[in-house]
Design a protein around this ligand. Structure first.
Ligand SMILES: Nc1ncnc2c1ncn2[C@@H]1O[C@H](COP(=O)(O)OP(=O)(O)O)[C@@H](O)[C@H]1O
Ligand SMILES: C=C(OP(=O)(O)O)C(=O)O
Ligand SMILES: [K+]
Ligand SMILES: [Mg+2]
Length: 594
């Protein structure tokens, strides 16, 4: 196997040979898979420059750095973790503990708390990133038409006993009133006597026994707990009673929250209750006019979004399977299959996907998860979702850090099992244009090769994250180290399976990029002798890359040598690029213009 140890004798002889033949330094393949030889040559050429490099020129997340040193490339966790920030974890100390525990993305749910509170949290996270070397991205999650919630006026859960009679009203309650629950104006439109009112997808069930003006009198038919802000829906003969009036995806508050998010420099906006692709495009257009590279995630959490799933996934930069609300509109037993379908579709279309809500719900109150919760988390990891999300567990629970460590350990174990099983999946082609198809093929082949050769890491040099994402899509065993000079790309890649985004000041010269980054990785103890790496890049635009690759083909068959073909390299500024000849020798009989 290749080694990254320097072999100076070999390099020198290569350089000599090269200079003699081409009278110019070797230029290895600008994209594609690097050979050991090329890597060694590049290293030698850049040796002087490398001596002056500062370790800090590599923007590496401190937490990943520790993990990499401890577990090596293969053992480093690939599944990403999103934590909702709330009162339990909003101090700098708590946020730091979550970051150290492996939080990749912090989510702020705009349904709760004040603008100032959110601003304070975002600034604390950015400060921690800057001062302590974390790489935690920030996501805001819009409120949307989040009005399908009940309020019983009590800060804790209230139990509904079977047979008890309850009053569901639009009247504003001032505090707790026994057997009374407040709902939004118009909640009972289209509802008939005999319909079922289901709370939180089945936590408790009521039968509508009487319409009283705008209110409903209901009998509890299946006892259960009503949590604060419980979600509810009406059902008739096993089917959802669809809402009479469609609420817009964006409220005025949502737009103002979005503007706030943009001005605070958030990395993701998760859009609640998306019903079609138009809503996603609307927001993306808005961001485009502001020249903002914020990623838009669509939350799949209502029946309408399932009907238009494919167009929504295509329009978005990523998806959240928001099982909390989804489980209110879809029968609970269908949620697992719907989840798997969404995860599969996202992977087919190359969009990151987050599994959200109730992953470790019992840990809001208890320090240990249930077996069933661990099984649910494992299942999401087995499906190869990009990320797992904590909601109340981190936002308001007492064991947020422990919940993060349960996610971390469970996903690491399941990923290891996945590697042992070596499950491969044939993926459909997604690229439509030739350059996109080429990029895709390179990434597919690199991933396959990485698995077959037992490669430790794939290094990808990327401006907008395209190839890093295509590599991630393959879910290969190797870790993907993505070097980018774009901060927005680095923060966005934080959500992608198996990608470790690293800030680095990329140049147009791939040899320099590779030499410098591998040198720094070694210096920092993250790469060692004997590690096997593959290199892929989209830094040079693909069409050009094709040209460069072709030049490379041509170089080895340069007209200086009689049997060479000069067709592919073309003639540049009247000179052949490979050898400085001013005219084609014609020896090859090629089609080049002469
Ligand atoms: N920023 C916040 N401020 C106060 N409480 C919060 C905040 N974010 C989340 N929470 C609490 O954590 C719970 C779970 O969060 P989440 O699932 O995001 O919200 P929801 O329950 O509204 O869907 C919320 O119901 C709320 O009690
Ligand atoms: C994540 C979800 O959205 P929210 O917490 O904003 O209701 C959900 O419904 O699962
Ligand atoms: K929300
Ligand atoms: Mg929701």
């Amino acid at each position: 196997m290749a080694s990254i140890a320097a072999d100076f004798a070999l390099i020198s002889s290569c350089l000599d040979l090269k200079r003699r033949v081409f009278n110019r330094p070797i230029s290895p393949l600008r994209f594609g898979i690097k050979t050991r030889l090329n890597r060694l040559v590049t290293q030698a050429l850049l040796q002087e420059e490398l001596k002056n490099l500062q370790k800090t020129e590599l923007g590496f997340d401190v937490v990943k750095e520790i993990e990499l040193r401890e577990n090596g490339f293969l053992g480093t966790r690939k599944t990403k973790l999103v934590c909702t920030v709330g009162p339990s974890c909003c101090s700098s100390e708590e946020l730091e503990k979550l970051a150290l525990g492996g939080m990749n993305v912090a989510r702020l749910n705009m349904c709760h708390n004040t603008r100032d509170w959110h601003q304070d949290v975002i600034r604390k996270i950015k400060k921690l990133n800057q001062e302590k070397g974390f790489c935690v991205s920030v996501m805001i999650d819009t409120e949307g038409s989040q009005i399908h919630v009940l309020d019983h006026g009590s800060p804790s859960s209230v139990k509904a006993e079977e047979g008890s009679i309850w009053f569901f009203t639009t009247e504003k309650l001032d505090g707790y009133r026994p057997f009374t629950v407040q709902a939004y104006d118009g909640f009972n439109e289209g509802v008939k006597e005999g319909d079922e009112l289901v709370v939180d997808g089945g936590m408790a069930t009521f039968e509508v026994i009487e319409q009283v003006g705008n209110d409903l009198r209901c009998k509890c038919t299946d006892s259960g707990l009503l949590l604060p802000r419980a979600k509810f829906s009406f059902w008739r003969k096993g089917k959802l009673v669809e809402k009479q009036h469609e609420l817009p995806t964006f409220s005025e508050k949502d737009w103002s929250d979005i503007e706030f998010g943009i001005s605070e420099g958030v990395d993701f906006i998760a859009l609640s209750f998306v019903k079609d692709a138009a809503a996603v495009k609307h927001l993306k257009d808005h961001l485009f006019t502001k020249n903002k590279l914020v990623k838009v995630l669509a939350k799949i959490e209502c029946l309408e979004s399932l009907k238009k799933l494919e167009e929504i996934v295509e329009a978005s930069d990523g998806i959240m399977v928001a099982r909390g609300d989804l489980g209110v509109e879809v029968p609970l037993e269908q949620v697992p299959t719907v989840q798997e379908e969404i995860v599969d579709l996202c992977r087919r279309l190359n969009k990151p996907v987050i599994i959200a809500s109730q992953l470790l719900e019992s840990m809001i109150e208890y320090p240990t998860p249930t077996r069933a919760e661990v099984a649910d988390v494992s299942e999401a990891v087995r499906q190869c979702a990009d990320a797992l999300m904590l909601s109340g567990e981190s936002a308001m629970g007492s064991y947020g850090q422990k919940a993060v460590s349960v996610l971390r350990m469970t996903s690491a174990r399941m990923e290891q099992w996945g590697r042992e099983m070596n499950q491969q999946r044939i993926l459909p082609q997604i690229g439509e244009s030739l350059p996109d198809q080429i990029a895709e093929q390179i990434c597919n082949c690199a991933s396959e090769m990485a698995n077959k050769l037992g490669v430790d890491a794939i290094l990808v040099y990327t401006t907008y994250g395209q190839m890093a994402s295509l590599l991630s899509r393959n879910r290969s065993n190797s870790l993907i180290l993505a070097f980018t000079n774009e901060t927005s790309t680095r923060m966005a890649l934080n959500l992608q399976w198996g990608v470790v985004p690293i800030a680095f000041d990329l140049t147009d010269d791939m040899d320099t990029n590779i030499a410098k980054t591998t040198h720094l990785m070694k210096e920092r103890g993250m790469m060692k002798q004997g590690d096997v790496i593959l290199v892929v890049s989209d830094v040079i635009p693909l069409l050009k890359a094709l040209d460069v690759a072709t030049v490379r083909t041509g170089v080895s068959r340069c007209p200086v040598r009689p049997a060479a073909c000069c067709r592919l390299p073309k003639w540049r500024a009247g000179r052949h690029r490979g050898c400085n000849e001013t005219a084609c020798s014609g020896a090859c009989g090629c089609l080049a213009e002469r």
